[in-house]
Design a protein around this ligand. Structure first.
Ligand SMILES: NC(=O)c1ccc[n+]([C@@H]2O[C@H](COP(=O)([O-])OP(=O)(O)OC[C@H]3O[C@@H](n4cnc5c(N)ncnc54)[C@H](O)[C@@H]3O)[C@@H](O)[C@H]2O)c1
Ligand SMILES: [Zn+2]
Length: 380
């Protein structure tokens, strides 16, 4: 049984703020927010003119219409650009097509780019905004759980190269982030559960009380309870925003803590081809379990905490063993080779975010390779 969970602060007490001096920005989290987007954005936009980038899946939901109606009511003129869904839209070709289409509409430097979609749209439209006309204002309107708790906050934008994921990118902070929890009603269940990997990650790395709260409430949250969804999103975003404010450009090591589980996850994604076979959040869940197991094997953390994380994920139907998810394991040598190629490996040296237990992540370079191999052998 999980321990008694601590109550989280009531969600919806005004916007959170990412404290970045002249680049500080609000994050609004609420139900029905897209219907108020025009009102919220009108004072922030340099000119009442916007380019809305979305994908065809999101365009099929009622939420695009809600947003456009609200913008029109506030006197904001909108051009819409729709791209195909999926990671392939983060390639150089689709980026090039998007920028050309943006320029063809006759934009100037006061035109704001609105990204309505999951992490793919946020990363792609954000990078197009960062690079077109040397930088356009930009607003994140995340529609997947992963984008709401993670990718829409923090200013990392980018696209993929043939050499790897997110290798072409820029830091470009948005003017604002508008998180409307209602859009999650249309998100496929698999995407919702994958996004949950990034939700629990924030508890794992920084907040044991939040982890315990999720043990109690995550099932109802995933099943659709809007208040719990708002509370969880708000707490995850608070943690992410604090880390980003402390280390915007990932120079002190603090921001790297957000990569708990990701050294493993990136390797698994590389080995499955970054597609639908293994979603990012699914890879993160597998990777966090490995990071917890490795921490325990190195005698840096209690084994009980690793078991607690696994039990929690399994109770939600989130796989913790690649063999059950993919009908295959990952050969140890291939995983280590993929880890070494990852851009997070500095001069070929592997870096891991491990933990001293739930809520206490830290960054480390020196991991005993023999013990790493033992941990990877378990489900190879
Ligand atoms: N910039 C960052 O800091 C950061 C952090 C984490 C992940 N990422 C990036 O995010 C991307 C993954 O994001 P994602 O998981 O949101 O993927 P995604 O954008 O591909 O969205 C997942 C799927 O859900 C659909 N969808 C999104 N919202 C919907 C809604 N409300 N209703 C119905 N369908 C909806 C999309 O069309 C897509 O098919 C990766 O490219 C990853 O690299 C970036
Ligand atoms: Zn991630």
């Amino acid at each position: 049984m999980p321990p008694e969970a601590t109550a989280l602060p009531e969600a919806g007490d005004g916007p959170l703020v990412v404290e970045l001096a002249e680049r500080r920005y609000p994050i609004h989290i609420a139900s029905g927010l897209l219907d108020q987007a025009g009102e919220i954005l009108a004072p922030l936009l340099p000119r009442p003119l916007a380019l809305l980038v979305t994908d065809t899946n999101v365009a099929l939901t009622p939420h695009l219409g809600r947003l456009e109606t609200s913008l029109a009511a506030a006197g904001i003129a909108v051009r819409r650009l729709v791209v195909v869904p999926g990671e392939s839209s983060k390639g150089l070709e689709s980026y090039g097509r998007l920028v050309e289409a943006m320029l063809a509409t006759g934009i100037d430097r006061k035109t704001t780019v609105l990204a309505l979609g999951g992490g793919v749209i946020g990363d792609l439209a954000g990078f197009a905004a960062a690079t077109t006309l040397r930088g356009l204002p930009f607003v994140q309107l995340p529609t997947s759980l992963l984008a709401q708790v993670d990718s829409s906050v923090g200013g990392k934008t980018g696209i993929n190269s043939a050499h790897g994921k997110n290798l072409i990118g820029a830091f470009h902070q948005p003017l604002a982030v508008l998180i409307d929890v209602d859009v999650l009603q249309d998100l496929p269940e698999r995407e919702l559960k994958a996004g949950y990997g990034e939700v629990i990650k924030h508890g794992c790395l920084a907040d044991a009380d939040y982890f315990a709260w999720l043990e109690t409430h995550a099932a109802a949250m995933l099943a659709g309870d809007p208040t719990l969804r708002m509370q969880a999103i708000r707490r995850s975003v608070e943690i992410k925003a604090a880390v980003v404010a402390a280390d915007e450009r990932e120079t002190t090591g603090q921001r790297a803590l957000l990569n708990f589980g990701h050294t493993f996850a990136h390797a698994y994604e590389a080995l499955t081809g970054y597609g639908d076979r293994l979603l990012h959040g699914e890879a993160v869940a597998l990777g966090m379990v490995k990071a917890a197991r490795l921490s325990a094997a190195l005698q840096l953390a209690p084994t009980a905490d690793a078991l607690r994380l696994e039990a929690h994920l399994e109770s939600l139907g989130i796989a913790t063993d690649p063999r059950r998810l993919l009908n295959r394991g990952f050969p140890v040598d291939a995983v280590i080779e993929a880890m070494t190629r990852d851009k997070k490996a500095e001069a070929g040296a592997l870096r891991f975010v491990l933990w001293h237990g739930i809520g206490r992540a830290f960054l480390t370079g020196g991991v005993d390779t023999a013990i790493l191999r033992e941990i990877l052998e378990v489900d190879a």
